[in-house]
Design a protein around this ligand. Structure first.
Ligand code: FES
Ligand SMILES: [Fe+2]
Length: 455
């Protein structure tokens, strides 16, 4: 063997070793990469599974989030969504509206928002309120302004036993009657006028409500109560999520939607998968020539109380719903009974093929044309979480279509209607009972605010 042949064979074996090692290193790298990818995918899938199966839905939409897609589309000046929404709000003609704050129970917050010993500052129906929970769990609602020098009790106030202590000089006010119980630096008698208004309140079905009435003598004694739903208070039905909205409309328009049976087919017929952008939802009719793939089908009725009925403050909308594939094959069947309980609360009992759910809707005016609307869904154990959340999500999309209309519409006191719209007139007559002589009117509120429309 010559020397050159020896060197050559040695070199080729080194080269093979080198290639083999490189290949192995590459293989190891690929394996590590695959392992990392698989771990990431598994974590994402587990998170998704956890989200779908266990985490309640929480959908929050601010005043400018719904119904302004057209403004965004046509804007040539790079304005923000908030600017465009505010512009649309200012340009909107409110119309010849009824009083802006009806009488009844209104939700101030959800029970989870208020821990023992916590104080919240809440504005509702033009009232500034200090809402607090005593250490033993009782909720109290007082006027926010301290009669001493006017500090806001809800901002920096402290719960002391069943009282709230003012953050300014430490005067304490009882949550039971609003009377001052202590002036820490005074040895004299507590002046009898050292008192704040105490509002009737009621914590039920996961909400804290307060009773509002424009007539002084009726503001202390509620005329009816918010019914307790045993399936919620007993904990038998599971909480599956919530949605929260701010809507730019007069409060009466929201319950009127339940009596407006004709809008369902037109506005809520197109599939929920199309979202809530009114310009782009598929308006094809299932009875038309071009059949949509998915279409909601509704059968609706509205009924107010009979004359002399004890539940004069309750009206009922009944709905039969199914989602149709190619206009023929029905699925997601639901029977809904929506009880409108006064101006600010609806209990919707939803019968589905898997079991029953209840959706609670509260509407609270935080300013004359700004409504805070909350929904909370509870489902019986047979309604699996993903299905319950699908129902809530679908309801949210449909509700957002209404919001998109409400945010721009005006109120017409004498609408041009046809005989099929008669339940709207009935609803308006029924709703009249929630206004009284001193119910605040927009003109008076504007005068007090020197005509400012900035709420
Ligand atoms: S302002 Fe409330 S104690 Fe003085
Ligand atoms: Fe609607």
């Amino acid at each position: 063997m010559t020397e050159s042949t020896f060197w050559s064979s040695d070199m080729s074996s080194s080269l093979v070793d080198f290639l083999l090692n490189s290949f192995k290193a590459q293989q190891d790298k690929t394996t590590t990469l695959i392992q990392i990818t698989c771990t990431v995918v598994a974590i994402v899938l587990l998170w998704l599974l956890h989200y779908v199966l266990f985490k309640p839905l929480n959908r929050i939409r601010d005043l400018c989030d719904t119904g302004y897609q057209d403004q965004m589309r046509w804007d040539r000046y790079g304005k923000t969504k908030r600017q465009l929404a505010n512009e649309a709000r200012r340009n909107k003609k409110v119309g010849d509206v009824p009083p802006v704050y009806p009488n009844g129970w209104f939700a101030l917050c959800e029970s989870d928002d208020l821990k023992a010993g916590q104080v919240l500052s809440i504005k509702a129906l033009d009232e500034n309120l200090a809402v607090f929970r005593t250490e033993d769990g009782q909720v109290c609602v007082l006027d926010a302004y301290c009669p001493h020098l006017g500090a806001h009790l809800g901002i920096g106030g402290r719960v002391v036993n069943d009282c709230i202590e003012c953050p300014f000089h430490g005067w304490q006010f009882s949550g039971h009657d609003g009377k001052c119980t202590s002036i820490p630096y005074s040895k004299g008698k507590i002046p009898p006028s050292a008192q704040v208004k105490k509002w009737p309140c009621h914590e039920v079905n996961g909400f804290v409500f307060f009773w509002y009435h424009a007539e002084e003598e009726k503001s202390l004694e509620p005329e009816w109560t918010v019914p307790e739903l045993d399936v919620i208070s007993s904990g038998r039905w599971q909480y599956r999520g919530r949605t929260e909205y701010q809507v730019n409309v007069h409060i009466q328009e929201i319950p009127e939607n339940g009596a407006d049976v004709a809008h369902l087919a037109h506005l809520h017929g197109p599939s929920m998968l199309g979202g809530s952008d009114l310009t782009s939802i598929d308006r094809k009719k299932s009875d038309g020539e071009s059949m949509p793939i998915l279409h909601h089908h509704w059968q609706v009725g509205w009924k107010g109380p009979e004359h002399g009925d004890a539940d004069w403050h309750v009206a009922v909308t009944t709905i039969k719903h199914d989602l149709r594939l190619f206009g023929r094959i029905p699925f997601i069947l639901m029977d809904v009974e929506a009880k409108q309980i006064g101006p600010g609360l609806v209990h919707l009992t939803i019968g589905t093929s898997l079991g029953r759910c209840v959706l609670l809707q509260t509407v609270t005016p935080i300013a004359p044309f700004t409504q805070r609307v909350l929904h909370r869904l509870y489902a019986s154990p047979t309604v699996v979480a993903p299905y319950a959340k699908l129902i809530l999500w679908g309801e949210a999309i449909q509700f957002e279509r209404d919001v998109a209309v409400w945010n721009h519409k005006t109120y017409i006191r004498h609408p041009v209607i046809v005989s099929e719209d008669r339940t709207i007139s009935k609803h308006r007559r029924w709703f009249q009972q929630f206004y009284s002589e001193n119910s605040p009117r927009i003109e008076t509120i504007m005068e007090n605010r020197k005509g400012s429309l900035d709420w």
